[in-house]
Design a binder for this molecule. Structure first.
Ligand SMILES: C[S@@+](CC[C@H](N)C(=O)[O-])C[C@H]1O[C@@H](n2cnc3c(N)ncnc32)[C@H](O)[C@@H]1O
Length: 283
């Protein structure tokens, strides 16, 4: 949703912008075209590999890239002497790199080690959750972060099997889930469990809440906050955050309903099918 984001950010000449999830730099590359010669972009990502690629694509004196979590955006910007911004974009979810690189252990068809860390310097990976966490905690993670109806059965199957032999690979875990499902359901049986583990490993929902709060503090009056989400748990957090802050008069919500991709975009890039863009303006 490149065009939609550019429109909703209402980019200004010489404005200061944050791309909180710079990824491979696609959105920032486009933003650069609209912010004049003195504009600036601070691009943040947890993923060192993504930042390397973004660094090449965005080699421009107006761009500064920072490795870290967007929940620390205030600190990251204060190190650059910035305390106010004109707009910020969060494009949540996984980058193409994370989706395609089987080594990163996000895919349920790969025989690679269960990993799912966006920040590879972080200690806890999906392997630790699956092989070390108590059954009740695995059940809670699958239920809360995956809305997985069969969370209890899957957690039980995981703990029973790992007592015999550790569950090391994505496909190994997937096989356990498929057996619990026994051929039921339209989507791949592992979809919800993998989403839940990814959210837990990367503390995605907590960091989103913290990132939104921090963004609001940084935004100048009439600055814009754009968020693209890819599943209902994220979208609910953004919707409530906007609504609560609209009630107290801090923002005006510009998208009563979220903007969704055009059918052509979904055809060209099927992983965009669940994307929702919401925007608020600081008042
Ligand atoms: C969908 S991709 C962004 C794609 C990007 N807009 C582009 O045009 O290439 C999401 C990115 O957000 C990063 N990410 C997710 N959560 C993060 C967080 N809490 N802090 C920083 N980066 C995060 C991921 O590592 C990933 O690279």
């Amino acid at each position: 949703m490149l065009k939609e984001v550019i429109t909703m950010l209402d980019l200004r000449q010489n404005g200061v912008y944050v791309d909180a999830t710079v990824g491979l730099g696609g959105h920032s590359e486009e933003i650069l075209k609209f912010i004049g010669s003195e504009g600036r972009i601070f691009g943040i990502d947890k993923d060192a590999e993504a930042l390397k690629i973004a660094g090449k694509r965005l080699s421009d004196k107006r761009v500064v890239l920072k490795r870290g979590s967007f929940s620390d955006v205030e600190t990251l910007l204060s190190l650059e002497g910035i305390s106010e911004i004109d707009g910020i974009l969060f494009d949540l979810g996984l980058s193409m790199l994370q989706l395609k690189d089987l080594e990163r252990g996000f895919s349920f068809v790969s025989d690679k080690r269960l990993d799912m860390r966006m920040d590879e310097t972080q200690k806890i990976s999906a392997w630790d959750i699956v092989n070390r966490y108590p059954e009740r905690e695995i059940d809670r993670i699958l239920w809360e972060f995956g809305e997985e109806r069969l969370s209890r059965k899957i957690a039980k199957a995981i703990t029973r099997l790992r007592d015999k032999k550790s569950i090391d690979t994505c496909s190994g875990l997937s096989q356990i889930i498929e057996e619990v499902y026994g051929g039921r359901g339209k989507t791949h049986p592992s979809t919800k469990t993998f989403q839940a583990l990814r959210i837990a490993v990367n503390r995605e929902l907590d960091q989103l809440r913290e990132g939104l709060e921090a963004a609001l503090k940084l935004l100048k009056k009439s600055g814009r906050l754009c968020v693209i989400t890819y599943h209902s748990l994220e979208d609910r957090i953004v919707k409530h955050f906007f609504r609560d802050n609209a009630k107290t008069g801090l923002v005006r919500v510009l998208t009563k309903k979220p903007i969704i991709p055009l059918i052509e975009e979904i055809r060209a890039n099927p992983s965009s099918r669940s994307a929702k863009l919401r925007t608020a303006e600081r008042i």
